[in-house]
Design a protein around this ligand. Structure first.
Ligand code: TYM
Length: 329
């Protein structure tokens, strides 16, 4: 079986963008691949976190992974900080990653713009830690949303650089990006990606049905008075985003959606998208709630996940240590 790996930062509550851009894509493929999915908790401290909240979100994320269809019996689900090899390989890869490469990462540029008072070294070297996350498990594919493509490309470059010096140590992974859903925009800000920083336009997976519906009813459509469901990303980005969400969930293409809502207007379209979203995520939310109440079960899952992940990750780490010339213990 080919190997797939990905992770999400528990820096905010999981939202529809994470689900459609990443998790859904993982869950749809679990039977075809050997899968590793983790909570990237070490990445989150590049920005200040409330420790209690970080712990809560890490566990909630694990529950949401499982509720979304990632069976812990068949997939390795774990917390990044439970596998020391991530930090260990991260250091080695820091030494094979160039200052110039890191300076070009758009996520670094965005975040250092946003957190001017805390442009720490971890924020800068974040992509080499992410490269370590990936390369330890020798995956073929890394399923992510559009915004993480640049980091996966950098991972490939780092791996190639290392392999050129030391021989075939790392498999060169490929980003695996869904055709629809890879970039979901905010419902109130269709110009920027959906994210927790704009909570009114962000549908969280743990939101109650009425909250979800309210957010969709208030979604920004367009400023003209056309009131017609038509895909025009340039002039009607809000409508295009809603169509993209609807399409990703129902599997219908844009033409079929235009036909379905012909002559019906936004007053019908927006709640219909809300309804489709609720149908998909309400069962996931309810199952996650049930799992969160079962602490012992979740504890068992992350412990087993950590055991499996440590075993695989250490194999790669030992190889790397040997290659670079560290004396074997
Ligand atoms: P993160 O935590 O920001 O996002 C997790 C995943 O969700 C996707 N995503 C979106 N997709 C579509 N529309 C959106 N609005 C949207 N917002 C987020 C992201 O593309 C991502 O797939 N650096 C990573 C976490 C990470 C990682 C890794 C990923 C750490 N190590 C190793 C893969 C492999 C991040 O910050 O994603």
């Amino acid at each position: 079986k080919k190997i797939m790996l990905s992770g999400i930062q528990p820096s905010g509550d999981l939202h529809l963008g994470n689900y459609l851009g990443a998790i859904k894509n993982w869950a749809d493929r679990v039977n075809e691949f050997e899968c590793y999915y983790f909570m990237a908790d070490m990445h989150t401290i590049t920005v200040r976190q409330d420790p209690k909240e970080l712990r809560r979100r890490s566990l909630e994320m694990l529950a949401l992974y499982i509720a979304s269809g990632l069976d812990p019996e068949k997939n390795t689900l774990f917390l990044q900080s439970h596998v020391p090899a991530h930090a260990q390989l991260g250091w080695v890869l820091d030494c094979y990653t160039m200052f110039g490469e890191l300076s070009r990462m758009t996520q670094f540029k965005d975040k250092s713009e946003k957190h001017k008072d805390n442009i720490n070294a971890g924020l800068f070297t974040y992509p080499s830690l992410m490269a370590a996350d990936i390369l330890l498990y020798q995956p073929h594919y890394v399923p992510v949303g559009e915004d993480q493509k640049q980091h996966v490309e950098l991972t490939r470059n780092i791996a190639e650089r290392f392999n050129n010096i030391y021989g075939d140590v790392f498999r060169i992974p490929e980003p695996y990006i869904a055709k629809t859903g890879a970039r979901i925009y905010g419902l109130t800000t269709p110009g920027s990606k959906m994210s927790k920083s704009e909570p009114n336009g962000c549908v969280f997976l743990m939101d109650e049905d009425d909250v979800i519906m309210k957010k969709f009813k208030r979604a920004v459509t367009d400023s003209d008075t056309e009131n017609c469901v038509r895909y025009d990303k340039e002039n009607k980005p809000g409508v295009a985003n809603l169509m993209n969400i609807y399409s990703t969930i129902t599997g219908k293409n844009f033409e079929e959606i235009e036909k379905e809502f012909e002559g019906k207007g936004y007053g019908v379209f927006k709640p219909a998208v809300g309804e489709a979203v609720i149908e998909t995520i309400a069962p996931i939310r309810d199952e996650a709630k049930r799992l969160i109440a079962d602490k012992a079960y979740l504890e068992n899952v992350y412990k087993e996940g950590a055991d499996r992940a440590n075993y695989i990750a250490n194999k790669t780490l030992r190889k790397v240590y040997k290659k670079v010339g560290f004396y074997q213990l």
